[in-house]
Design a protein around this ligand. Structure first.
Ligand code: HPA
Length: 246
């Protein structure tokens, strides 16, 4: 099994992996966000990609999701975990907590979101009832239990367009819609992996409470502080997943 990790805000690189090569690819959809790092982690091969580029420079609505996922397929990834910084919407999604969602609502628009855009003769309507690969999710959940991490299992990832954060009214609507967390990069990434039949699951790290849920503005300082703790836990969790796969 070759595990691929797509790192989001707060996870541009993983310090303790041993990079063996860097692959810069061109795809039929253009260039991926960064070079893919082919690395050894605890004796396992992993592929790491920084979703926003390294250094962080590509905003969520400009990420070339199609190229990123296509490149992972080309490199032989057999499983993908997408790590994402999110806002907490439900009461049990507090800052710094890790959430392993099992559903998605897509509020994005205008993104290149399918590989079936041009070849209309072969258009395929993928089943997306369960947007995340159950076994890959189970692997994350097992690893979280093994390290005693209090992750929230299950929940709805609401994907907004960004790059701005939401209004207080938008967060209220997301609560009514049943959202657990809100992020900007979960889609079309998840759907594209399904189109290419690559098992994919999401690991969300809560950076802040959604807009209007606490008094005052959401600051980058607050986001960065919570992400520091949250991403450390995310790395511990990923390492346990890799160990569990050996
Ligand atoms: N909303 C959307 N995306 C985010 C947030 C948020 O509050 N925090 C981190 N990513």
């Amino acid at each position: 099994m070759t595990l691929a990790i797509i790192g989001g805000t707060g996870l541009t690189q993983i310090e303790n992996i041993v990079i063996q090569s860097r692959e810069t690819l061109e795809t039929p959809y253009g260039a991926p966000s960064a070079a893919y790092q082919i690395a050894d982690w605890q004796g396992q091969k992993v592929i790491f990609l920084a979703r926003h580029g390294a250094p962080h420079r590509i905003p969520p609505h400009k990420v070339n999701y199609r190229a990123n996922v296509w490149g992972l397929k080309q490199l032989g990834a057999s499983r993908i975990i997408g790590v994402a910084a999110v806002g907490g919407v439900s009461q049990d999604a507090a800052p710094a907590r890790i959430v392993i969602p099992d559903q998605i609502i897509d509020y994005t628009y205008g993104r290149e979101h399918t590989y079936f855009a041009d070849d209309l003769e072969h258009v395929t309507h993928i089943d997306f009832t369960e947007p995340y690969h159950p076994e890959t999710r189970a692997q994350i959940i097992t690893a979280a239990a093994a390290i005693g991490l209090d992750a929230k299992i299950g929940g709805v990832y609401a994907c907004t367009q960004g790059p701005r954060l939401e209004t207080a009214a938008e967060i209220k609507r997301l609560i009514q819609d049943g959202a657990t967390v809100v992020g900007m990069t979960g889609m079309p990434e998840a759907a594209l992996t399904r189109e290419l039949e690559l098992p994919y699951a999401n690991l969300s790290v809560v950076a802040n409470w959604g807009a209007g849920l606490t008094p005052g503005e959401i600051t980058m300082a607050e986001i960065e502080r919570n992400l520091q703790t949250g991403m450390q836990n995310a790395i511990r969790l990923l390492e346990q997943i890799v160990l569990g796969a050996s």
